[in-house]
Ligand binder design. Structure first.
Ligand code: ATP
Length: 271
């Protein structure tokens, strides 16, 4: 699905997302609700599609929740990679922006997802390039397109929202900022369970019971959701390796597998 530019409704749903309940609520208010119950939101004067910035450390589920939002709202989803858009030939980036909104207009409701927004719209003053300035201007023009924008919802992600051009963040543009933080200890338990349940539909109670102590292990401190995904891969690979070698008969991920994973995985976000 990450294939650039395709217009599809993502298959990711909320069952695949651990924790992040508050983020979900906020996204409901600004995107899912307006798409599913337009009259209600209009009657409260909330008819203009909001633009949202999801920000926070890498690997904490920003792309995942954006896809789950599109799925829940049954909206098309177009993924745009910021740096790639900017690296087009002179003049091509602006045309690409116009074409993206054009494509979105032809399949509303639609979520335009700009990954790494900060690279795409660096502050116009100071060091930013000419190409950067023109892309910002093209985006502002589209975001301000009052009539034409109905049904088009923009979500941008950023690790550094302070790097985004201030004009982009004004009301009516990308004015809703939602912080997606590293998970707490309890949230790690929820996320690891979610990852495991989705990948092992036939998991036994014993396997599920092992996940809580793993996620609470001090070595998981400051792990992102992506790190927990990586931890699971290491544990499962260890289990398979040992099973293939005949070192164990049960086809499960056991304590020894998790211990191996914990001993060889490091957090990816340094703070
Ligand atoms: P980046 O800033 O690097 O783009 P991101 O915040 O968009 O990161 P995602 O790409 O959504 O992060 O997450 C990476 C992977 O980590 C997901 O595909 C998923 O496997 C796992 N993951 C992250 N957060 C969660 C979560 N809350 N629940 C379940 N899985 C998660």
């Amino acid at each position: 699905l990450r294939k650039e530019g395709f217009t599809v409704i993502p298959s990711v749903n909320w069952d695949q997302v651990g924790a992040l309940n508050k983020v979900r609520e906020q996204l409901h208010m600004s995107i899912i609700g307006p798409i599913k119950s337009p009259e209600l939101y209009e009657s409260w004067g909330l008819s203009r599609p909001a633009g949202v910035i999801l920000w926070g450390p890498p690997g904490c589920g920003k792309t995942l929740v954006a896809q789950a939002v599109a799925n829940e709202a049954q909206a098309s989803f177009i993924l745009i990679n910021g740096p790639e858009l900017l690296n087009k030939y002179v003049g091509e980036s602006e045309r690409a922006v116009r074409e993206l909104f054009q494509r979105a207009r032809s399949s509303t409701p639609c979520i335009l997802f700009f990954d790494e927004m900060d690279s795409l719209v660096p502050r116009r003053e100071g060091t930013s390039s000419d190409a950067g300035v023109r892309v910002v201007n093209a985006l502002l023009t589209e975001l301000d397109g009052v009539q034409d924008r109905s049904g088009i919802y923009v979500i941008g992600t950023s690790n550094r929202p302070d790097m985004i051009d201030a004009a982009m963040l004004r009301p009516g543009r990308l004015s809703v900022r939602i912080f997606v933080d590293l998970p707490t200890e309890d949230e790690r338990v929820d996320i690891l369970r979610t990852i495991f349940r989705n990948l092992h539909p036939g998991a036994t109670d014993a396997e599920l019971a092992r996940l809580e102590p793993v996620a609470r292990d001090p070595r998981c401190h400051d792990f992102s959701g992506a790190d927990l995904g990586g931890l699971h891969i290491k544990a499962a690979e260890c289990g398979l390796r040992r099973w293939l070698k005949g070192e164990k008969t049960a086809r499960d991920v056991d304590d020894e597998d998790w211990e191996h994973a914990l001993a060889t995985t490091a957090k990816s976000v340094t703070n």
